[in-house]
Write a protein that binds this ligand. Structure first.
Ligand SMILES: Nc1ncnc2c1ncn2[C@@H]1O[C@H](COP(=O)(O)OP(=O)(O)OP(=O)(O)O)[C@@H](O)[C@H]1O
Length: 295
């Protein structure tokens, strides 16, 4: 388990992290979610041991250097040489050599789906392939903790699938994965636990299931031209140009609203059950959407 308490980090006057408390259980995929500039990368760099000046406590380094792999946000490879040459370099950095290095490399190339391109120069790789190779380089020494900073930004769907499969495999092997993203659907699909970070603060953390139950609840979505008083007496919030009506009994509420529409002659464009989503949890905690929908 990684315990983080009272962690603060400033860059001159910019507060990147503000008294962050976080518990990351062992052997799970832990998502860090937050908008651009929230402080995710700073937190990851501190966990990876890159940033050493901060206030507060991080238990990760209590017993010396942890077994850790770090995939930074920006791809870090030597592109004028082959993928294999890059792997060799990183392998040596991690103290691997000879047969062990060759065997690990072979396995990793399989895991990232690039075995057939191992000898190609990295300049011939697509962005997604470079990203997969960069992830592979961080896994050569079979680390117990893997830190990945937005590994799917700008990545094609095929490479994304490879990355997700790889993460699922790492989970099965019992590794602890710390995964930053601002794609909620990725976090929902991959992670067991999540922490929401906004302006340097952890606004909530817990298992995804627990947070969905606690904050998103269930509801009914309605969109279209509605009379001003149509949703009076309901607990609602705005979403995607419509309204979510929060309720413990969504089916009953749906039937009630359908009947109400019929009686009042209202014809909404959409009236449907709403699945609780992490996006809604974030909205309910911070009052802001995570992503600019036009981005
Ligand atoms: N080296 C630096 N010098 C000065 N300010 C920095 C530096 N690195 C980050 N910051 C600032 O610290 C804050 C947190 O940045 P950080 O990169 O940790 O956020 P993030 O959640 O990872 O965002 P993104 O998704 O855009 O990478 C931001 O206001 C950022 O501008």
């Amino acid at each position: 388990m990684i315990e983080i308490s009272g962690l603060s980090k400033k860059y001159d006057k910019t507060v990147a992290l503000d008294k962050v408390d976080l518990t990351i259980p062992t052997g799970i995929c832990f998502g860090l979610v937050g908008p651009n500039g929230a402080g995710k990368s700073t937190l990851m760099k501190i966990l990876a041991g890159i940033l050493k000046e901060f206030d507060g406590k991080v238990s990760l380094y209590d017993q010396g250097e942890p077994s850790l792999g770090y995939v930074p946000q920006d791809i870090c490879l030597e592109e004028t040489v082959s993928a294999q040459a890059n792997m060799n370099f990183f392998g040596r950095v991690y103290g691997l050599k000879g047969k062990e290095l060759q065997e690990r490399q072979q396995l990793i190339f399989e895991d990232i789906g690039l075995s057939e391109r191992a000898k190609s120069k990295v300049t011939t790789y697509s962005g997604g392939m470079k990203r997969r190779l960069n992830i592979g380089c961080a896994l050569l020494h079979s680390p117990e903790i893997v830190i990945m900073d937005e590994p799917t930004v700008g990545v094609d769907p095929q490479s994304r699938r490879h990355i997700f499969e790889l993460i699922r495999k790492l989970k099965q092997e019992g590794k602890t994965i710390i995964y930053a993203s601002h794609y909620m659907e990725e976090i929902e699909g991959l992670c067991d636990y999540v922490a929401f970070i906004d302006r340097g603060k952890v606004v909530e953390q817990g298992s995804i299931e627990e947070l969905l139950t606690r904050y998103a609840g269930s509801g009914v979505f309605i969109k279209g031209e509605l009379p001003d008083d149509f949703l009076d007496n309901e607990e609602v919030f705005q979403k995607d140009g419509g309204f979510v009506i929060k309720t413990e009994k969504p089916l009953e509420k749906l039937a009630f609203l359908a009947k109400k529409c019929e009686i009042e002659g209202v014809e909404p464009n959409q009236l449907s059950l709403m699945q609780p989503r992490l996006e809604d949890v974030f909205f309910s905690l911070t009052g802001t959407e995570l992503r600019d929908k036009s981005a």
